[in-house]
Design a protein around this ligand. Structure first.
Ligand code: AMP
Length: 397
């Protein structure tokens, strides 16, 4: 199902293409430390340039308050040039004379990166005057930045009302993968949701219980559910005031016929530290001075079986404090099993969110999942079932 316009719907030859990309890469002293996002934007840039478009990159970088040389996109554009193996020119501003001059000098197939859009307040305000300044620079707008699509900013949404709008190939791949995961999935669908707190994922849990057949709840947030069910959780991270919310979610799940899979045992340590001495306990025996830092072996076996029963998996959040050994075990074992089922073509697996990507990388299986989204906030809002402004604007009227 494709209800948005893509590069298949436009001839870009000779056109000035304003291409919104995600160049918000981690850097240290001006050096890019992880080029994953640059690799993700390569296919669209290459296709547009090879088809003779003038490729004009628009992106934000960091959270500058006004113009700030430390948050210039220039070093990133240089790193990008190496990744895409073609020259990338740079303009010192994303609107006005610097941008206009640089664009006037472009030949078909050239690539130009404009300076950080967030140097202008109009970007985040989606200010019509700023949108108009940007729109002057292009003939069409292509949005390839799913990770910024939950924001209605000038370069992520506003331009789509001023210029013919299309999804780039990376955006298209992301939307196709997400569609296969929740909108039109192979059933049964299982979701694994972990992470620290329930409070950040209430909307997400409420939406998922109406969409999936089984929901595994792990990580610190599972403690809040266990507490709500009367299980003493010792000194574990738990948002006890959210017990009524947890019970409401469980009730909603029951009404929607969604099986909830909570831990049945837990790995408990006396302190929140790597290699802290730990033991697995059943839920009736969690020590009052202990902290639950991972799901236990019986829970891991149940999650294993639940993954075996599923045709589609959606995953966000680690099952334990995965940054510290040995509390990464539950997450790593589940991730490896999902990867194995995916490789065996028994499972479509989609994962997303910053910590989740880090956890899958730690397990060495990110490449084996069907799709891993590098988007943080946008992935979560999609899981919450919210319309994303930067996607909505691409939909054919
Ligand atoms: P989130 O950003 O909500 O996905 O949360 C990820 C964080 O949750 C990671 O830093 C984990 O260390 C943390 N986490 C997961 N399980 C636990 C737990 N049982 N106790 C404390 N922190 C946890």
């Amino acid at each position: 199902m494709k209800n948005f316009r893509t590069l298949d719907d436009v001839n870009v030859k000779g056109k000035r293409v304003l291409l919104r990309v995600d160049l918000n890469v981690p850097t240290e002293s001006g050096r890019v430390t992880d080029a994953t996002r640059l690799e993700r934007v390569e296919p669209t840039i290459t296709e547009l340039a090879d088809k003779g478009g003038k490729v004009i990159l628009l992106a934000h970088f960091g959270r500058p308050k006004g113009r700030d040389p430390k948050q210039s996109l220039k070093p990133v554009s240089e790193a990008l040039s190496q990744v895409i193996k073609r020259p990338v020119a740079f303009a010192d501003d994303c609107i006005g004379e610097p941008a206009q001059k640089a664009i006037a000098a472009m030949k078909d197939g050239d690539v130009l990166c404009l300076e950080n859009t967030r140097f202008h307040q109009g970007e985040e305000k989606n200010d019509p005057a700023f949108v108009a300044e940007l729109a002057k620079l292009g003939d069409i707008w292509v949005n390839d930045a799913f990770s910024a699509a939950h924001r209605a900013h000038a370069s992520t949404e506003g331009l789509g009302h001023k210029l013919p709008a299309y999804a780039g190939r990376t955006m298209q791949a992301e939307l196709d993968a997400l569609n296969k995961a929740l909108e039109a999935p192979n059933k049964p669908v299982i979701a694994i949701i972990g992470g620290a707190k329930v409070s950040t994922k209430i909307d997400l849990l409420e939406n998922l219980v109406t969409k999936v057949d089984a929901l595994v709840i792990g990580g610190g947030m599972a403690n809040t559910f266990l507490h709500a069910q009367g299980v003493p959780v010792g000194k574990s991270l738990a948002e006890k005031h959210l017990a009524p919310t947890a019970l409401r979610i469980l009730e909603k799940a029951e009404l929607a016929n969604c099986a909830i899979i909570l831990p049945v045992d837990a790995v408990v340590a006396g302190q929140f530290a790597a290699n802290a001495p730990s033991h697995a306990y059943g839920l009736d025996a969690i020590p009052s001075d202990g902290m639950i830092l991972d799901v236990g072996p019986q829970s891991t076996a149940r999650i294993h079986a639940a993954i075996d029963d599923a045709a589609t998996l959606v995953w966000n959040g680690p099952l334990g404090a995965f940054e510290m050994t040995p509390f990464d075990r539950g997450t790593v074992v589940a991730a490896k099993h999902a990867a194995e089922r995916t490789r065996a073509k028994k499972l479509i697996s989609v994962a997303g969110g910053g910590d989740t990507v880090a956890a899958l990388n730690q397990a060495g299986v990110a490449g084996d999942f069907s799709y891993v989204s590098t988007a943080g906030g946008a992935f979560l809002e999609w899981m919450e079932g919210k319309p994303l402004p930067g996607v909505e604007v691409l939909k054919a009227p």
